[in-house]
Design a protein around this ligand. Structure first.
Ligand SMILES: NC(=O)c1ccc[n+]([C@@H]2O[C@H](COP(=O)([O-])OP(=O)(O)OC[C@H]3O[C@@H](n4cnc5c(N)ncnc54)[C@H](OP(=O)(O)O)[C@@H]3O)[C@@H](O)[C@H]2O)c1
Length: 345
């Protein structure tokens, strides 16, 4: 069967009408590129934010989406790690419409792609790349943690040390909880009560309701006197300030955040709030290399738990509904996923 090249396209800036499908030509691959036949694409908050706030869209028409799972359809020059037919997940670069996710075939960089073992479905796999890389690169960068890498495959051990993940039921938070747990930290987290057991199943020892007026004192009591590392995967609506107050170590510590620094800066004399994010995987090559390598290790071990999947009907056309669910804050403890084959082409 001949391939279908169809994309869900943005045709005007801050578009209010539903995004629609359009044809495109098979793209040419550059050095280190793969062409992926997408099976599933996952939604991240940034997708609808880019549309609604008009950033990260260099030209119109445009295609959104950073997370895909599928098979390698073609390999470009210089590719060494992948072959046609491999099951993979990729954190797409979104530098052209063809490097984005809401389409049938995407250009993926070899360096940002990881093989997906059979144990994991494409739908589950698609939830991983962007949010996992955000968590891994941020944690490694801000706290100076050497994630396992080809040069040093040993997993560092932080056994006995507390680590707070504010917002463990979100996509990034769920991966941050698992990463911290895998490094031996005693993980403390926050979530709505309906998601407490879920966050514990990811490795958190204590989970508290962030709407509880006493949440900070409960965290401080559970943590003991040695909490110096907080990863705030929410980074808004007071979470940064509460994260700063949660630090108990007499020598202070750091709060990693993944949105812009609030004004005024909530840092104190010994607690530093540091803005980080997925970009650190590119800005600090050693951090990026270790983050992807460790993901492949965790997937191969089979212990890594992808986000809970909610498949939205109508494939790529379902993205319009998914963006509305995000705008209405109706996404809790699960990630929206689109099956390409469900699209009524
Ligand atoms: N800088 C970067 O590179 C980067 C990368 C990825 C994401 N981000 C940003 O990071 C944020 C999270 O992304 P995501 O993909 O993890 O989103 P998400 O999965 O949609 O997050 C939804 C979760 O957030 C939780 N939540 C909302 N407000 C909370 C609060 N005040 N305290 C604790 N939990 C709260 C909810 O928990 P309950 O349902 O349990 O209440 C919900 O499960 C977004 O703003 C996104 O744009 C930045």
């Amino acid at each position: 069967m001949s391939p279908i090249f169809k994309a869900l396209v943005v045709t005007e800036r801050k578009q209010k009408t539903p995004l629609t499908l359009a044809d495109y030509e098979e793209p040419t691959l550059s050095e280190g590129d793969l062409l992926l036949e997408n099976v599933a694409a996952a939604q991240n908050p940034v997708d609808a934010k880019q549309l609604d706030n008009d950033f990260g869209i260099p030209s119109i028409p445009w295609v959104l989406g950073g997370d895909v799972a599928g098979t390698v359809y073609k390999v470009g020059p210089g590719v060494t790690k992948f072959a046609v037919g491999d099951r993979v997940i990729s954190f797409l670069e979104r530098k052209t419409a063809r490097h984005s996710g809401y389409q049938t075939y995407s250009i993926a960089a070899e360096s940002r792609t990881v093989k997906l073992p059979e144990k994991y479905s494409f739908e589950a796999g698609s939830t991983i790349p962007l949010a996992y890389i955000t968590a891994a690169a941020g944690i490694a960068d801000v706290f100076g943690i050497d994630l396992p890498s080809p040069k040093n495959p040993n997993v560092p051990s932080y056994a006995g040390e507390p680590f707070l993940v504010w917002g463990g039921s979100g996509s990034v938070g769920a991966y941050a909880v698992q990463l911290a747990h895998s490094l031996g930290f005693t993980v403390i987290s926050t979530a709505s009560p309906a998601n407490h057991e879920y966050v514990k199943s990811l490795g958190a020892k204590y989970v508290f309701d962030y709407r509880d007026a006493d949440v900070v004192s409960k965290i401080r009591q559970a943590a003991g006197p040695n909490l110096s590392k907080v990863y705030d995967s929410v980074s808004e609506n007071g979470s940064v300030q509460a994260s700063v107050q949660s630090i108990t170590s007499p020598t202070g510590g750091k709060v990693a955040i993944i949105l812009g620094l609030p004004t005024p800066d909530p840092s104190t004399s010994n607690v530093k709030v540091v803005a980080t994010g997925a970009r650190k995987a590119q800005e600090v090559p050693a951090v990026g290399e270790a983050s992807y390598w460790y993901l492949a290790e965790l997937l191969n071990k089979g212990t890594f738990i992808p986000n809970k999947v909610k498949v939205i009907p109508k494939g790529l056309l379902g993205v319009n509904e998914g963006f509305d669910l995000q705008r209405q804050h109706k996404i809790s403890g699960e990630k929206l996923v689109y099956r390409i084959a469900d699209t009524p082409f």
